[in-house]
Ligand binder design. Structure first.
Ligand code: ADP
Ligand code: MG
Length: 409
């Protein structure tokens, strides 16, 4: 078989190997999409290593599927040599992928084979068929398993020894994320108790203000205490919502459509003195993330931009497909969203600390949680955030989200 000839010889690039293999599999099985996904984060998530869309010869990478969101599918990968779904949207193991993944992409049949490395499932190769549903024959099942075994060998021989793979660097970033989430939960617990105390203090202060014949000065001070406590209340509220583990339902998402849904809200928030422009250039691929998380991310960025422009200015939100270099010197295309303001900018110290929880330059008005939330949301989707800023000139927050599929036609 042709597959046996593939090996990661010296000088041959891993990416070329994956793509040759995907190409062979796509032709042999006559499927539109072939993807290799690797288990990361203690098997709690699959991260897309490469996904070839055969007809357009596009390659997508970096998207993340979490076991928490697709439990039956993850379980099936541990139990079967192949997961073959003739009609994927209604099959018991893959139906949970239906509304969020299969249907938006028009995928009808799936033939997936776990990749075993050292006797353990290390990932999966997915063959995705678009068009009339089909029935997978035993020979096709065998072929899919052979593809997975070939990938396992390449993975074992090359990728595993490769010190700085994108997967490992993502792994480190995830650990950081888990630490942050633990911190968030702890802070939320403290904030919850603290909110109770603040409420009682507020109640008593209100009672003080109702004491008969209260000196005007005492009433004035009591009012100040009420104001301060109310600020404390809204701060604790925000910390509590930071630590909350909202259920998220990631899905195939069109960034342009998601942005136009919330740009009216942004206009209202920015007021009259800040001009807003939202613009996509070229055909922009789709990403895989929860729509309300995307909005929450954008909201935080827009509010920061507003705060940075107290006497007005301009906010440009641009999005496009953009090629970026990876840690392991491989370039990949991401959907980039740039949020660019003409505000006060950040100095070196601010830029270095901007993603740290509770770091704020806004005193009482800030919580220092906005960018932490943004980083969490983007990392969950498998992406990255970068800051480009100059004091006095303005700031651009650059969000890079992995692609899951081409633009909507
Ligand atoms: P907060 O907005 O509550 O201060 P964030 O985490 O959203 O917390 O932001 C942290 C800090 O990063 C801000 O206090 C500010 O100093 C800086 N920052 C964030 N976005 C911008 C921006 N667009 N322009 C200038 N500084 C910013
Ligand atoms: Mg903020």
């Amino acid at each position: 078989m042709q597959l046996a000839k593939l090996h990661a010889g010296p000088g041959s690039r891993l990416r070329d190997l994956w793509l040759q293999l995907a190409e062979i599999a796509a032709r042999a099985l006559e499927v539109e999409r072939v993807g290799v996904w690797i288990l990361v984060d203690d098997d709690r998530a699959l991260r897309c290593r490469y996904l070839l869309q055969f007809s357009s010869q596009q390659v997508f990478q970096g998207a993340v599927l979490r076991a928490q969101d697709f439990p039956s599918y993850f379980q099936a990968l541990q139990q079967h040599r192949t997961v073959a779904a003739d009609h994927a949207p209604s099959s018991s193991t893959t139906s949970e992928l239906g509304p969020s993944y299969l249907e938006p992409l028009g995928i009808t049949s799936l033939l997936d084979a776990p990749i075993y490395v050292g006797g353990k499932v290390a990932g999966v190769v997915c063959h995705e068929h678009i068009g009339a549903p089909r029935t997978w024959s035993p020979a096709e099942n065998d072929f899919a398993a052979a593809v997975a075994d070939t990938i396992a060998r390449v993975y074992g021989e090359y990728e595993h020894r490769h010190a700085e793979t994108a997967v490992e660097s993502y792994q480190r970033h995830l650990m950081e994320l888990h630490r942050m989430e633990a911190l968030g939960r702890m802070a939320a617990g403290v904030a919850h108790d603290f909110r109770g105390i603040v409420s009682i203090a507020l109640g008593f202060t209100e009672l003080i203000r109702r004491v008969p014949n209260l000196a005007p000065q005492a009433d004035h001070y009591a009012q100040r205490v009420v104001d301060a406590l109310q600020r404390g209340q809204s701060l604790t509220q925000e910390i509590m919502s930071f630590g909350k583990d909202d259920p998220i339902s990631p899905r195939v998402l069109d960034v342009g459509a998601a942005l136009s849904k919330c740009s009216h809200m942004f206009r209202v928030l920015l007021g009259n003195s800040i001009r807003l422009r939202v613009r996509g250039s070229g055909s922009v691929s789709r990403v895989f993330m929860d729509a309300s998380q995307f909005e929450r991310m954008m909201l935080n960025l827009v509010l920061n931009a507003r705060d940075a422009m107290p006497s007005g200015g301009g906010l440009d939100i641009d999005y496009e497909d953009s090629v970026v270099g990876d840690e392991d010197d491989e370039s990949a295309t991401y959907v980039a969203v740039y949020v660019k303001d003409t505000g006060i900018g950040m100095d070196e110290t601010t830029r270095m600390n901007a993603f740290k929880p509770f770091f704020t330059t806004k005193g009482d008005r800030g919580t220092g949680l906005g960018l932490v939330i943004v980083d969490q949301i983007v990392s969950r989707a498998g992406g990255r955030v970068k800051i480009d800023s100059e004091v006095g000139k303005g700031t651009t927050l650059q969000i890079y989200l992995p692609r899951i599929a081409a633009a909507v036609r």
